[in-house]
Design a protein around this ligand. Sequence first.
Ligand code: ARG
Ligand code: ZN
Length: 857
Amino acid sequence: AIIKREDYTPFGWVVPEVQIEFELGLELTRVVATLKVERNTAAERTPTIRLNGDGLTVRELQCDGETCEGYMMDGDDLVVTLPGDNHALRIVTEISPAANSQLMGLYASNGMLCTQCEAEGFRRITFFPDRPDVLSTYTVRMSGPKAQFPILLCNGNRTATGEQGENHWAEWHDPWPKPSYLFALVAGDLVARSDSFTTMNGRKVELNVWVRDGDLERTEHAMESLKRSMKWDEETFGREYDLDLFNIVAVSDFNMGAMENKGLNVFNTKYVLADPETATDGDYDGIEGVIGHEYFHNWSGNRITCRDWFQLSLKEGFTVLRDQLFSQDMGSAPVKRIEDVRVLRGVQFPEDSGPLAHPIRPDSYSEINNFYTATVYNKGAEVIRMMRTMAGEERFRAGTDLYFDRHDGEAATCEDFVKSIEDGAGLDLEQFRLWYSQAGTPKVTAKLDHSGETAKLTLKQHVPPTPGQDSKRPMPIPLKIALFDRASGTHRGEELVVLDKAEDTFAFDGFAEAPVLSINRTFSAPITIERSAPREDLVFLAAKDDDPFARYEAMQELMGGHLVAAVSGELGENERIAAQADIARAMGAVLVDESLDDLMRGELMTLPSQSYLAEQMLVADPTRIHEEREALKAFLGKELRDEFHALYDRAEKAPYSLDLASRGARKVKTLVLAFAAASDPAKAVELAAHQYDNADNMTDRQGALMVLTGIDSAERTGRLLDFYNRYEGNALVIDKWFSLQASSLHPNAIEHVKALREHPDFTLKNPNRVRSLYMAFAGTPHHFHSPDGEGYRMIADLILELDPINPQTAARFVPPLGRWRRIEPKRAAMMREQLERIAAAPKLSRDTFEQVTRSLG
Ligand code: ARG
Ligand code: ZN
């Protein structure tokens, strides 16, 4: 069934209070839920109440203390006839957490019990109006064997505990009304790192990070990140925590990154556990970002939740923006901005230009899990960031203050958010609302003309058609620009121009000579720009732009422009030589520029990704993209050999710490190794083996092993074996071992993946492990797009095998196959063939079915 946004109606009942008793067991858990229900006076009167279920059967049903016969099952749902306006329903269900391989609802992970209810997992625990606009206060009593589940956790505060023979019990109460998707329960043998935080109004909050015994030493960074998040949200958004307790639990079997359940966040271990020996700098950043993200949801998501799932970006887009701003403030702001743009371009742009394109506020879905996308999350964040850019920080804050104040305690809509920003920040967002309803990445062409003393900027926008949206209206696009004086290398100040028509011209006076255009600075709008700048202008900006993002962008364009031309075969030999020389000149300047820190230098040294290059072509030939990209790396590696080695030697002297300078040194070291791998593999092997052997941290060790994994040698075999033996039993590090091999530059990687599939450590039951092998593989174009179609077949096989076990994770592998329209015809046919093979499978989950049918178009 297709659910449509326009069909929203309020629920016929309110459920002010819920009381649940859990008798916990891995094999069997008994759930007794008591719902206080009252007619919703704001909704149409109905004779029945529909309680959602998913795979449940009714064991007992009572209404107002009497056995109830007036009910029927409608599919998975329980429909009860209710004569009056106020009733108490008591529903008994029994579930088997150990048999729950979907990891939705209540499930077992390593002998512990935990829950994941967003979006529609609560209905796998008990019958309930499982929709985000039904808010209730929850009182929960849970009991179970004390030896097996010594720790019993739930949302809110613990109000009572007790023992009964082998069993013990705990009672929890959450005073804040919440929708069922924010419910959480955890029971297991856990230990905590504990700390506290005192809020701005003096509330002392107990903080715990719960992990399995043995992982405690790896929780310091998570705890520090949590305290920094709490402080930052007070300072930046005026948001204070609202309970006396905040618990985080790390679980190793988890479909996503983490979950913001009220007072009891549940995390993938990947976003909790870190120490220098086992976690990379990237892992540290990921933890800080996700801890922040989930914590920030306490206001943007929990205190104000979503009216329906079409509004998902209300909480996710806003919370992603909040976590991005937090990470910017904690580390290098420009580098964080570049990383976020890279994710947007690498994941969201392809989504927006493919068969699964949808607006940040979708209009319809069949399975909501398929809409936890880069569009809803990351483009959603960009859209709110544009409002912030147009309003300025201070007025934006007035807007968010108004939003939090106006809608606290409500299940709100995206429209409520926009209206609050409009009223609070004093912006007119009438036309801007199109960003919520129109899918597709706008394309802006910029042309700068100069005559007399005037520079004239002509901007045109085009929003491409997307499935179900053939024609689009022009949207307001805020572009930060600067015009550089060629001679002095300076500009007279950044300006914000808002392009809100299909075409517009902006004039700038007082330029005796044609200036150099720097546009979409800080990536002020999530669009693509075509500015057809001469290469010399890009070289100029790559060296001189004072906006780090624009500098990065100039380097990307310089390299990307050349690579796209080379792949398209429209490059003469002389042109190639000239372009390569310009790139080498720009890159050479970057390597020695003393005004740059190494973290930023590393960004400027990074080639555009294969997927981003493919995105810039109407129809891509993945093999050619890969070849040209490697050729450029090899050319630069040779041309700048001495500069690279000097940089490596300097960086190698930096002692390990988590300081930005030390992280920067590690980043440039591995980048140098990658250039060496393309230009002088023997030297690269020698350097990488040395870096591997002497590493005192995972960033260096993984970087070295990444390079070694791509080059056939005794060192490759030896260090891969060493890595496995060294970290055997540490699941998160063994995930890296799988990933490195699946995404390597080695020509036989497909064979390696097939062999790893049979490795005793591989399992389809653990999403991290599945992703570590197959997402890494599907995200590596030169393997996934193997000319014989083997990569497509492997991913299709995986989807078919995983779908009955974990449909949510299986469906996430469909989008790579869905890109067929943008790939050269021979491969496109093979990709379609695999999609059709999946579609023809006898029993497909709703998740996978929806993604496959949409992908076939
Ligand atoms: N709300 C969570 C987060 O962004 C993600 C949960 C997604 N769960 C799901 N089943 N799709 O932080
Ligand atoms: Zn979120």
